[in-house]
Design a protein around this ligand. Structure first.
Ligand SMILES: [Fe+2]
Ligand SMILES: [Zn+2]
Length: 371
């Protein structure tokens, strides 16, 4: 809730604002100057910033600060800088600018079943598209049903999720048993939960798995909420979790035509200490050099992570039928497959998108008042 009033006090390098109800912030003067919204400080046509903070002294202090209550219940903060420039903020606007919305993730275990949405409705109805994207952003997984079973249909999702993220292999990957295939997915073996393309420094952050034909016994799909497993590991063994954030691990995915290789820690955190990315692909992991000083600790941590990811209680299982498209958050949710036990036909196609672009589509639907 935005505050209805506030009080302020100019201090050494910050302006202290008390929003009432125990909520207070200390805003550096350079921040207040840098975010000035006046026509001189912005490119009017685009609202982008024109002002450069390097043009004012590092110890910038306001010449004068006033806070005036307005008739509409809001308050206006006015700052005059030593060069005479004036910056004005409405208190409600300033409050909004200083808020950090918490990430709203819904973590899940093996009992989870992804929500199903109708493919045609997802494409034609903005409200369904928005519900799908919101569910996907929260749970990290959702399914489209009643999709076409023609190869290449993942291209049709681009207006809602896209553009497609390409990698050097196929634009849309074909997954079927193939004695010449370059990847474990081309065999009938079980595929342990993993995320794709961790041999890229920025692996695709959204993956769509589209079942075209599934007449084969076995081959249940498996998904794991990697963030939930990591939080469990972090609570139980913080030292092991830390090692996974520190030791760089090489991954390689290659075919006769292509060669991808990247070296990064298995867990990447954001500045708030929350997990941003999990890279886990046992089948494409390469030997870590013996010069790594934390090698022994790493193996203890990696073993524990593997054990937790392989636990049945962490693995949600579902059978994808022809016309199902499972969409997962590539940096969070691992996918795998039980072994194929029959000889029936099975053909799956994989395509990739990017999380930022998916969020873009939702933001635009909201901004345009379409949902
Ligand atoms: Fe995969
Ligand atoms: Zn300005």
């Amino acid at each position: 809730m935005a505050p209805s009033s506030c009080a302020m006090k100019a201090e050494g390098r910050v302006l202290a604002l008390d929003w009432g109800g125990g909520e207070a912030v200390r805003i550096p003067y350079l921040w207040l100057r840098d975010n000035c919204d006046c026509p001189a400080c912005r490119v009017t046509q685009t609202s982008e910033k024109r002002f450069h903070v390097g043009t004012v002294p590092v110890r910038l202090r306001p010449h004068e600060v006033t806070l005036e209550e307005r008739g509409d219940g809001d308050a206006a903060l006015s700052i005059v800088w030593p060069d005479g420039h004036r910056t004005c903020y409405l208190a409600q606007d300033l409050w909004r600018l200083t808020q950090t919305p918490p990430p709203a993730l819904h973590h899940w275990d093996g009992r989870f079943r992804p929500h199903a949405f109708d493919y045609a409705e997802f494409l034609s109805q903005d409200a369904t598209a928005a519900s799908f994207i919101e569910e996907f952003l929260t749970a990290g997984a959702a399914v489209l049903v009643n999709a076409p079973t023609t190869p290449g249909s993942l291209e049709t999702l681009a207006p809602r999720l896209g553009p497609l993220r390409e990698v050097v292999f196929e634009r849309i990957h074909n997954v079927a048993v193939n004695p010449h295939g370059y990847n474990i997915a081309h065999t009938a073996e079980d595929i342990p939960p993993h995320n794709d393309m961790v041999s890229y420094t920025w692996p695709p952050s959204v993956q769509a798995l589209h079942m075209l034909v599934n007449e084969c016994a076995g081959g249940e799909s498996i998904i794991v909420d990697g963030f939930r497993v990591l939080e469990g590991l972090r609570r139980a063994s913080p030292a092991l979790f830390d090692v996974l954030c520190e030791v760089a691990v090489p991954f390689r995915l290659f075919s006769t035509d292509d060669e991808t290789y990247a070296v990064n820690p298995i867990v990447q955190l954001d500045r708030a200490g929350q997990v941003r990315m999990l890279r886990y692909s046992n089948q494409t992991m390469q030997p870590i050099p013996l010069s790594e000083p934390k090698l022994y600790a790493f193996y203890r941590a990696y073993r524990e992570l593997s054990r937790r990811l392989r636990a049945r209680t962490a693995q949600a299982r579902l059978r994808l039928s022809a016309g199902h498209i499972l969409i997962v958050a590539g940096h969070r949710v691992l996918h795998g497959r039980a072994p194929l036990t029959g000889s029936g036909a099975r053909h799956l196609q994989d395509g990739y998108f990017e999380h930022d672009n998916v969020r873009n589509h939702l933001a635009v639907l909201k901004r345009q008042g379409r949902v």
